[in-house]
Design a protein around this ligand. Structure first.
Ligand code: PRT
Ligand code: MG
Length: 220
């Protein structure tokens, strides 16, 4: 008898991997290798029926959507931007309440953001969160020139690329170190469990208990 192919869980290394380990542990699953030290992209677990793949945070929804992973864990920031290009598609059964942060507007110390908004001057805003940023400023009725970046947004206001940035903030340390100040909260962010819809139908016997275990562990 050939055993069924293991369930595949897609994770990014760093905070999401670290904060998922205790949830897996609560579900009775041990992970003995760390992606930081092992460099392996496919990691076994103590459960022969479950393996992990390590991908970029922004790629997690893609692996799950196409069924290369049965399930994954991704921030709401990532899911919101992914959905802009891929409407429908992903089942999101559990808010795991991990990797929490806020999506914020930030500016250079001394830049009068409220005055700039009140005057109706066209703001230049740099971000990698294009959809969330467009929607935020559209809701406010503020015209912006959006500059898409892929990282190190904090630099943009310091070198005159942008008046403001939209970025994730957790401790606020990165903003402070770069003489930036948060001026507006856009939304609270945490990470969700996401599941491939076809897997949920065809592999429910294996998947549903794992989904339930994640839900229980994150509520505990
Ligand atoms: O790092 P990489 O480019 O590979 O990808 P990524 O930045 O998307 O991945 P990763 O692992 O850094 O973040 C994965 C997820 O964690 C994000 O999608 C968020 O949902 C969540 N998360 C929680 C955060 C933070 N907190 C966070 N603080 N993601 C990023 N940050 C960054 C932020 O962008 C800023 O540069 O940390 C810096 C600010 O942190 P503080 O503590 O100085 O405020
Ligand atoms: Mg990062």
């Amino acid at each position: 008898m050939s055993s069924a192919r293991p369930l595949t869980l897609a994770l990014s290394k760093g905070r999401i991997f670290e904060e998922t380990l205790p949830l897996l542990q609560a579900a009775g699953v041990q992970v003995t290798e760390s992606p930081e030290s092992s460099r392996k992209l496919i990691l076994p677990t103590s459960d022969p029926g479950l393996r992990l793949i390590i991908v970029r945070a922004t790629d997690v929804p893609t692996y799950v959507q196409y069924g290369a992973a049965d399930l994954g864990i991704a921030g709401k920031d990532v899911l919101f931007e992914h959905a802009a290009q891929n409407p429908g598609g992903l089942y999101q059964p559990v808010d795991l309440d991990i990797a929490r942060c806020k999506l914020c507007v930030a500016v250079r110390e001394g830049f009068d953001y409220q005055a700039a908004v009140a005057q109706g001057s066209r703001l230049r805003v740099a971000t990698k969160y294009v959809r969330a940023t467009r929607e935020h400023f559209a809701r406010k009725g503020v015209y912006i020139d959006l500059i898409k970046l892929y990282g190190s947004m904090e630099l943009a206001p310091l070198v005159g690329l942008a008046d403001a940035i939209v970025d994730l903030v957790s401790t606020g340390g990165t903003l402070r170190a770069n003489h930036l100040v948060p001026v507006e909260d856009i939304v609270d962010i945490s990470s969700r469990l996401i599941v491939n819809q076809a897997s949920l139908k065809t592999r429910a016997d294996r998947l549903q208990p794992l989904i339930d275990a994640f839900a229980q562990a994150s509520a505990a």
